[in-house]
Design a protein around this ligand. Structure first.
Ligand code: NAD
Length: 301
């Protein structure tokens, strides 16, 4: 098969001033995309900001012969997001790809977590994913083409001590994806999620240097590039790190039909083995499929 190319395509990568986003932006540009490099340039906990981070990556792309423009807005800021879209449309007239990658951490156990720590993390990851998607959505639908990648995490899908804010936010973007994959299907707007593991400032200090050396962001980017390509699936959660790739899915067990009326908590307790039995478990593509199973079981199927 032919190489994956993005000639004539326009991409926006949020949080692309460093870490994973920078790598995604460089690789898209290397494969022909024109790229808006967005980054607030703040610290890891979301404080401060400068447009220098984005501009540096733009300079790198230009030095490699690519085309890019910088945007130093916060993905949470309505005017900043609108400006980012305007920059892309005024300069290149279309937007084909959006990688919602920007992120921060405010790790604390729940006992120590202030509401502000929860709110800011939700703002950056959830609203900071939603707002750019909302801003490009009708453009992509009108041109009958779009590729969107949201960034989730094993912390959301499986849990991680001290990350209740981050974990909640990272699952929220999957909920967003699950509905938008349905709403975008008619217009070839595909949306997928990347669940990365990489050595960036977010993970430095969490693992020994020899482990971090094997986790360069470059190992995640090929997965993201595929999810941005014409052949991309939709609604997939691709996990990537250290050169390993896998799919994460939510499965539902076949379960049990206990009948209608007069049901007791004890019957649920006593059926726990059948409810949790893994034989025949399935991953559904939409919520309606689960409902169909209930009715099938009710009818004795
Ligand atoms: P990073 O800190 O190097 O990169 C995040 C970038 O987002 C930074 O350059 C930062 O300036 C930018 N940013 C933060 N808030 C912003 C805002 N409001 N507006 C615009 N830009 C903003 O960390 P990274 O590891 O490259 O993280 C990239 C994404 O991958 C994040 O969404 C993160 O949660 C996710 N992730 C990373 C890992 C990992 O192992 N590194 C694991 C799971 C998920």
């Amino acid at each position: 098969m032919a190489d994956i190319r993005f000639d004539g395509k326009v991409a926006i990568v949020t949080g692309a001033g460093g870490g994973l986003g920078r790598q995604h932006a460089l690789e898209l540009a290397r494969r022909g995309a024109k790229v808006v490099v967005n980054d607030l340039g703040g610290s890891m906990d979301g404080s401060g900001g400068s447009s220098e981070a984005a501009q540096k990556v733009v300079d790198e792309i230009k030095a490699l012969g690519g085309e890019a423009i910088a945007n130093g807005s916060s993905v949470t800021d309505d005017a900043g997001v609108a400006l980012m879209i305007k920059q892309a449309m005024d300069t290149w007239g279309r937007i084909d790809i959006l990688i919602a990658n920007a992120g921060i951490l405010r790790d604390k156990t729940l006992t120590k977590m202030e509401l502000a720590d929860f709110e800011l993390v939700m703002q950056v990851h959830v609203f900071g994913t939603f707002k750019p998607i909302k801003a490009v959505w009708d453009i992509m639908k009108a041109q009958n083409y779009g590729r969107i990648v949201v960034t989730t995490s094993s912390s959301g899908m499986y849990g991680n001590f001290g990350q209740s804010n981050y974990g909640a936010a990272k699952m929220a973007v999957l909920g967003l994806m699950n509905t938008l994959k349905l709403e975008g299907a008619k217009n070839d707007v595909k949306i997928n999620a990347i669940s990365p593991v990489a050595a960036t400032r977010m993970t430095e200090g969490l693992m020994p240097p020899e482990v971090l050396a094997k986790l360069a962001p470059e190992y995640v980017t090929p997965g993201v590039v595929y999810l941005c390509s014409d052949e991309a699936p939709t609604g997939a959660i691709l996990t990537a790190g250290a050169g390993a790739f896998a799919l994460s899915r939510i499965y539902e067990t076949e379960g049990v039909y206990l009948g209608e009326g007069g049901l007791s908590a004890e019957e649920v307790r006593d059926s726990w083995g059948q409810i949790t039995a893994e034989d025949g478990q399935k991953a559904y593509f939409n919520g309606g499929e689960q409902g169909q199973k209930f009715f099938r079981k009710m009818a004795g199927g």
